[in-house]
Design a binder for this molecule. Structure first.
Ligand SMILES: C[S@@+](CC[C@H](N)C(=O)[O-])C[C@H]1O[C@@H](n2cnc3c(N)ncnc32)[C@H](O)[C@@H]1O
Length: 210
């Protein structure tokens, strides 16, 4: 799911990447794999196909070698924030287990108090809390997402997934894409907001609520 969302966003590793509510770091790990062209399951010790009768070990090593040669080094920043210290601890553990600590930084930050501190175009992609029903706090939470993106993250493309379509209306920004996705049993929307440099353009484009 995380890899699918990163691929759907069109992110290829040629700009910065931020997951501002990163939880255990799944989206960051997939983004770093894609940015560096690292083959999926690279750390896996055994595959079921190795038990097949006609398994050809030489061919497997040729294919593995060819894929390993295609690994590149993306020089752009891949960063995660979370306001929960426990999430940051877990994300760091998962990033180390995936051998990706060289490429990903995670920080104990409340997204609503943050601003863009990287230069140039940036992809922001996240999975905020959905909440089960729209209550005042959730409406306020999604409004703060919109305000933070609009005011503090110019020159960025933001993607978020949620099953809470009512909450999404409170973001208050115009979506430039809406993709239906399933997250387990939940019907979700994966939406994109284009955030421009310069408050005039941003506010003109962003006043139209979805
Ligand atoms: C649905 S989880 C994200 C799951 C994540 N994609 C993963 O791979 O584990 C939502 C996360 O948002 C974090 N969060 C909620 N409000 C936040 C805020 N204002 N700033 C930063 N993180 C926040 C929560 O602590 C939680 O870890």
């Amino acid at each position: 799911m995380a890899a699918g969302m990163v691929l759907l966003s069109g992110y290829t590793g040629d700009e910065n990447f931020i997951d501002p509510m990163c939880g255990s770091g799944t989206i960051l790990i997939e983004a770093a794999m894609i940015a560096n062209n690292i083959p999926a399951n690279i750390n896996r010790k055994h595959f079921a196909f190795e038990n097949w009768k006609d398994y050809d070990e030489d061919l497997y090593f040729i294919i593995q070698d060819a894929l390993l040669k295609k690994i590149r080094s993306s020089h752009f920043k891949i960063m995660g924030f979370d306001k929960a210290p426990s999430a940051i601890v877990k994300a760091k553990q998962n990033i180390v287990s995936a051998n990706l600590e060289e490429f990903i930084g995670v920080h104990h930050v409340n997204f609503f108090n943050s601003k863009k501190e990287v230069f140039g175009k940036t992809t922001i992609l996240f999975n905020p809390p959905y909440g089960e029903r729209l209550n005042v706090e959730l409406a306020e939470f999604y409004k703060k997402i919109g305000d933070t993106l609009k005011l503090n993250y110019p020159d960025s493309t933001a993607w978020l997934i949620t099953s809470n379509i009512d909450a999404l209306k409170h973001v208050g920004l115009k979506t430039s894409r809406r993709i239906p996705l399933k997250n387990g049993d939940l019907d979700c929307k994966f939406v994109r907001y284009d955030l421009y440099e310069g408050s005039k353009k941003a506010s003109k484009n962003n006043l139209d609520a979805i």
